[in-house]
Design a protein around this ligand. Structure first.
Ligand code: GLA
Length: 351
């Protein structure tokens, strides 16, 4: 018997290190955070069986949306994610019922904490739970792929799987190393011994679709063609240095960033938090100078927080604005604007 009502929670994420590696089949070390998005959904009995509709409310925004499940029209903002998830689930074969959906959560939007992935994943879990028994199921990796299709086909950002996998596979107290070549995910205990991670909003908003994100992806694809490799996972530093500018720098970032992920995992295992801080700062410099996705405003926040005594800091997420992640040693006060982040559980159905 199909369920009449359900609720799902999906967390945002912070990527400790491994930026712009996901769509290059590299490595990343994200964690789900404690804050996220909750989607409640109830089957809606009214309406005609020929025109099943979803009515959605974004509670914090005080905004609503309503659309036909079979033929959703395009829309902007948060509506694109909701319509996109419903449409992708329908085309995957799930006969979604007419439903009322309420979206809530205190995850700030547009600051690099992946509120959009949290929304997609929570909605996907909730709607799947309402789909009639027998319509099948999706594995978590398939849910991540479906949500990523929503980003590219409905929102126009050709993002990778980092944000959705982090939200789906998070675990309290752990980060996870994701290998985007095999999609293997391994939890990495985040034993901080009093050290603290915090994010600072740069105040500069980023909009992936209109930013250089897609351009960076295209540059990486071009570099693969020139190098004759299937992905930058197979690129070597020697060959990369022969590429024309700026492709040489782009590839160098990806190769070195993968190595920084491995080094961070080793430093965490050894309890060497100063080394983790150093790797964060190296990652930032590479994103700024080689991958060129950092804005002056975000760079100034990194410089400021390092001056204020952080052990390491870097821009997080796709870049072109967004947030900064910083590591502070035990007892060091956090800057007033910083919000501490802790690794929280992954997406799940909730009561
Ligand atoms: C954004 C994208 C991710 C990933 C990061 C950069 O967050 O959504 O897929 O590419 O940028 O690491």
């Amino acid at each position: 018997v199909a369920r009449e009502s359900t609720a799902a929670f999906a967390p945002g994420r912070v990527n400790l290190i491994g930026e712009h590696t996901d769509y290059n089949r590299g490595l990343a070390l994200p964690m789900a955070i404690e804050e996220g998005i909750t989607v409640r959904a109830q089957v809606h009995s009214g309406g005609s069986p020929h025109e099943r509709r979803i009515h959605a409310s974004a509670l914090e925004l005080g905004e609503e949306d309503e659309f036909q499940i079979e033929h959703p029209q395009r829309a902007g903002g948060w509506r694109a994610f909701v319509r996109g998830v419903a449409c992708e689930l329908t085309s995957t074969g799930f006969a979604l019922p007419a439903a009322d959906v309420q979206i809530s959560g205190r995850l700030p939007r547009g600051v690099g904490l992946s509120s959009s992935a949290a929304l997609e994943v929570a909605l996907c879990l909730a709607l799947l739970d309402l789909a009639p028994a027998g319509s099948g199921s999706l594995e978590r990796r398939e849910i991540a792929q479906l949500c990523s299709r929503v980003e590219s086909d409905w929102v126009g950002a050709r993002t990778g799987l980092l944000d959705q996998l982090a939200s789906l596979y998070g675990a309290a107290g752990s980060a996870m190393v994701i290998d985007f070549l095999t999609l293997e995910i391994e939890l990495v205990p985040l034993t901080l011994e009093g050290w603290r991670l915090a994010v600072l909003d740069s105040g500069e908003r980023h909009v992936h679709a209109s930013s250089g994100y897609n351009r960076r992806r295209a540059e990486c694809e071009r570099a693969c063609q020139l190098l004759g490799v299937a992905s930058l996972r197979d690129a070597t530093a020697e060959r990369a240095s022969d590429l024309p500018h700026p492709l040489d720098r782009r590839v160098r970032h990806v190769i070195e960033e993968n190595q920084r992920v491995r080094d961070t995992v080793a430093a965490l295992a050894a309890g060497d938090l100063p080394a983790v801080g150093e790797l964060l700062t190296r990652s930032h410099e590479s994103l700024r100078d080689c991958f060129e996705v950092c804005t002056p405003g975000v760079d100034a926040v990194v410089a400021g927080v390092l001056r204020a005594g952080a052990t390491g800091a870097r821009m997080v997420g796709g870049g072109f604005g967004g947030s900064v992640l910083a590591l502070f040693k035990p007892g060091h006060p956090l800057p007033a604007a910083a919000r501490e982040v802790r690794p929280g559980p992954g997406a799940q159905l909730v009561a």
